[in-house]
Ligand binder design. Structure first.
Ligand code: HEC
Length: 388
């Protein structure tokens, strides 16, 4: 540790000197440290490692402080990200006590971690430009839009109920939640109860074919980060939709085959961010559709234009409720599976893989799950008590 710390100090000193020489000859350009690295450290670390606080004895707000390291020595080894304590901690699993930043704090984007590594690999210079680091870092997000990580217990609860939930992207704490697998029993009370603890995280919510109504729409109005809401094939009508109010973030609304009528046009136009609404199969007049289409930046899919079809090809809806369920026996057939979601994984079923238990047919998503089911059929069957 001591040797590498020394190496760091020397190479930093060298970098500074060459930087000063350059600065005398050419007009100064902001260094990669100033334009890329310092903003990342400022946004992600300096709250605990800065002028006011020095957790672990470490400050990261100035070159001098960064060079000084922390209680356990140098936090970075110039030229060697893999041996740098700072990089090691960024890559530790979130649950690890030494992971930085602590797991309840906003985490750096993968691109930010990559930038820190590239900078250290290039010798962690405070002057001059590092190739590939000229792009300014992402603008700091306003505090209000930083979404805290979801409560693990609430996520586990959703999964136990077979509701599909996943982050919007690898680096995102916002969630896409799809009730397709339990649509028939996704009543207002169940939906709002399951999502109550996840209000900050819900970004995309699919409730197609469920019996949701005014209660769920009123709840959706309180979801600060909701951008996409799929209500296709529900009984939602004008009265229920009105409960959504002028939601400030909703961009995409799927209302195909609902009871929406002309009376909802003003409601739809009150949504400031709305840019795509799907209304095919709704009883809307041509005038209402034209009024909606008159709004700049709003795409209205009413199933009546060729570009609607093209738009759908280009931007396929990504809800699992759209997955075709192949060759299902007709309803009422005694061989029809009682479940639409695999009892083991919650994924949509493939009717090729079935087991009969206590006179009921269960279908699975893949050839592996029937074996798992056999280990405790009563437990898995109990997830579908209402059927038959
Ligand atoms: C919410 C406060 C907080 C934030 C934000 C935070 N840290 Fe820390 N950090 C700590 C605490 C507390 C310690 C001391 C406990 C430990 O060593 O795990 C620590 C210790 C460290 C250490 C070890 C210092 C030493 O010498 O022992 C490094 C390296 C570190 N943090 C890097 C970072 C980096 C890089 C960031 C930003 C990406 C960051 N931390 C963000 C609280 C924070």
């Amino acid at each position: 540790m001591r040797l590498s710390a020394l190496a760091l100090v020397f190479s930093l000193a060298a970098a500074c000197q060459s930087g000063e020489t350059n600065a005398a000859l050419v007009p100064p350009r902001p260094s990669s440290y100033e334009s890329v690295i310092a903003p990342i450290l400022q946004q992600r670390c300096v709250g605990c490692h800065g002028a006011e606080r020095a957790k672990g004895g470490l400050r990261l707000h100035t070159p001098v402080a960064i060079r000084a390291g922390g209680a356990s020595g140098a936090s970075l080894v110039a030229g060697d990200p893999a041996s740098s304590e700072l990089v090691r901690r960024l890559h530790l699993p979130l649950a690890d006590e030494e992971h930085m930043p602590p797991d309840d704090k906003p985490q750096p984007e993968p691109t930010e971690i990559a930038a820190l590594e590239r900078w250290i690999a290039a010798g962690a210079p405070f002057e001059g430009e590092v190739e590939g680091l000229s792009v300014p870092a992402r603008k700091p997000q306003p505090a209000a839009s930083i979404v805290p990580p979801a409560d693990p217990a609430a996520l586990a609860r959703l999964r136990a109920e077979l509701v599909h939930v996943q982050p919007l992207s690898a680096a995102s704490t916002s969630l896409w939640i799809d009730f397709a697998a339990i649509a028939p029993r996704a009543q207002d009370a169940l939906v709002t109860e399951l999502l109550a603890a996840l209000r900050p995280q819900v970004a995309e919510l699919a409730l197609a074919r469920s019996p949701v109504g005014a209660g769920t729409l009123a709840f959706c109005a309180t979801l600060p980060g909701l951008t996409r809401l799929d209500l296709r094939d529900t009984k939602v009508g004008d009265v229920q939709l009105a409960r959504l109010g002028a939601h400030p973030r909703v961009e995409e609304l799927v209302l195909a085959r609902t009871a929406i009528t002309d009376a909802s046009v003003d409601q739809l136009l009150s949504l400031p961010k709305l840019r795509h609404v799907y209304l095919w199969g709704c009883a809307l007049s041509a005038e209402s559709v034209a009024r909606l289409r008159a709004r700049p930046g709003l795409a209205v899919d009413f199933g009546d234009t060729p570009d609607a079809a093209i738009a759908q090809v280009e931007d396929p809806p990504k809800f699992t409720s759209d997955l075709p369920i192949p060759d299902l026996p007709p309803a009422g057939d005694p061989n029809a599976p009682v479940n639409a979601a695999c009892p083991v994984t919650g994924s949509p079923i493939n009717p090729k893989y079935t087991r009969t238990f206590e006179g009921r047919v269960f279908a699975f998503c893949c050839p592996n799950c029937p074996g798992e089911f056999d280990s405790d059929p009563a437990k898995y069957a109990a997830k579908f008590p209402g059927s038959r």
